[in-house]
Design a protein around this ligand. Structure first.
Ligand code: ASP
Ligand code: MG
Length: 419
């Protein structure tokens, strides 16, 4: 039997009517001859409520019990979905993570998938079951405790099942009808993409486009799972939504496919550090130890001249990190200075910045993307503070107040708007 994985996010199972709507979509696929594995999220708002209950009970909570509580949202929807399917005449059964079992590591709250044995579910399919409904987001640790995969983890559950069961496709039903060139709330004429390559999606996902959990895209890329993002509020056809796929399956690679942005960035500069071998390690080692996710890094000649207090060459180091990690970054740097690991004159924090990135696999073979980007920003009088590039991405740090303007200008400059 060909097999399909269908994942329904929180808004798609928000109440009984929506569960019925989702079940009808499953029914359609069963009638077309598929066995289906349905992965469900908790009803929307449920996980947030459970997390809050945990926090309100214990500030320094035991992560095992956090997982026991927050995993429960998915149990409810899995059972209800199986019941609804049975009501419309489809042989269905629900599974919680431990029953499959979905084996994970013991990192509670952020567990990693280790293995999903097919035996239990395959046996039920062999006995005539048409739909296995599996609670997303959860698993079981080697110690036999309930684990969760981190917020948004049901996407990753879905892709893992698609890989383990060699599914024809993994359909992710959500409240948007696909992946867009940029956020339609910022650019009204943003266009839905029919296809996007795994690597592009990975960049967009990690840059703040929140349609899919980043890990699910990594997994899909590793196992070449065809992943489709589509709305559960529309009637799907075979071409609805956006297919996230191998670049070989995309006819024409545009230099730029999408524009991502992130508001929650900060820029940290250490002025007048020694310019010597090992200085970067002395800075970024302690930052890593403090759990700071450093993103962009620039080292440049210091404006400051040589002075008595700093014999030898000096330089400045600038990096960016998420804004909520600034206190940690600051403390790590102050400690490194106190311990004599590094020296600097001043530590300056600019927390009024945003990151805007253009992403496209076609960039590899098209020259001039950077020039077009910088020209478009210059035309709007937007100053660039930091630039980084990779093979398929160019990112700039700019003043946050110009972020929307920059995204719109770049969207226009690369011709991404709807016809
Ligand atoms: N219910 C979980 C969350 O809200 C997992 C998911 O929906 O993907 O994070
Ligand atoms: Mg989600």
């Amino acid at each position: 039997m060909p097999l399909l994985v269908m994942k329904f996010g929180g808004t798609s199972v928000a109440d009984l009517d929506r569960i019925a709507n989702a079940a009808a979509k499953v029914q359609r696929e069963v009638e077309r001859g598929y066995d289906v594995i349905v992965i469900v999220s908790a009803m929307s708002g449920e996980t947030n409520k459970l997390v809050k209950w945990v926090n309100d009970t214990a500030v320094f909570y035991d992560a095992r019990e956090y997982d026991a509580v927050v995993a429960s949202g998915e149990n409810v929807t899995a059972g209800l979905m199986a019941l609804r399917l049975q009501e419309i005449g489809i042989p269905a059964r629900s599974w919680q993570g431990w029953q499959v079992p979905i084996n994970t590591t013991a990192q509670h709250g952020a567990a990693r998938l280790v293995e999903i044995p097919r035996g239990n579910i395959d046996q039920k399919f062999a006995e005539g079951m048409k739909v296995a409904v599996v609670a997303g987001f959860q698993g079981i640790s080697p110690e036999g405790r309930i684990t969760t995969l981190g917020r948004g983890g049901s996407d990753t559950t879905a892709v893992a099942f698609a890989a383990a069961f060699a599914a024809d496709r993994c359909d992710i039903y959500t409240d948007v009808d696909g992946v867009y060139t940029t956020d339609p709330r910022v650019v009204r004429r943003a266009r839905k993409l029919d296809r996007i390559a795994f690597e592009e999606m990975l960049e967009l996902a990690s840059l703040g486009a929140k349609v899919l959990q980043t890990r699910s895209v990594e997994l899909a890329m590793r196992y070449n799972v065809r992943l489709r993002v589509l709305s559960s509020f529309e009637d799907a056809s075979d071409t609805s939504g956006t297919l996230v796929c191998d670049e070989a399956d995309i006819m024409e690679l545009k230099p730029v496919s999408g524009i991502a942005f992130s508001r929650d960035e900060a820029k940290v500069t250490l002025f007048t550090i020694e310019d010597r071998p090992g200085i970067a390690a002395a800075i970024f080692g302690p930052l890593a130890d403090a759990g700071v996710n450093v993103d962009m890094i620039v080292q440049n000649i210091s404006e400051k001249d040589y002075d008595e207090a700093h014999p030898g060459a000096v330089t400045d180091m600038t990096f960016s990190c998420p804004i909520d990690q600034v206190p940690r970054a600051k403390r790590a740097m102050e400690e490194a200075r106190a311990n004599g690991l590094i020296r600097y004159d001043e530590l300056i924090i600019d927390d009024e910045v945003a990151k805007v990135s253009v992403v496209g696999i076609g960039m590899r073979s098209h020259a001039g993307v950077a020039a077009t980007m910088f020209k478009a920003l210059a035309a709007e009088g937007i100053n660039i503070k930091v630039i980084t590039t990779s093979e398929i991405k160019i990112s700039v740090l700019i003043d946050r107040k110009y972020m929307e303007l920059a995204v719109q200008a770049l969207h226009d400059a690369f011709g991404l708007e709807r016809a």
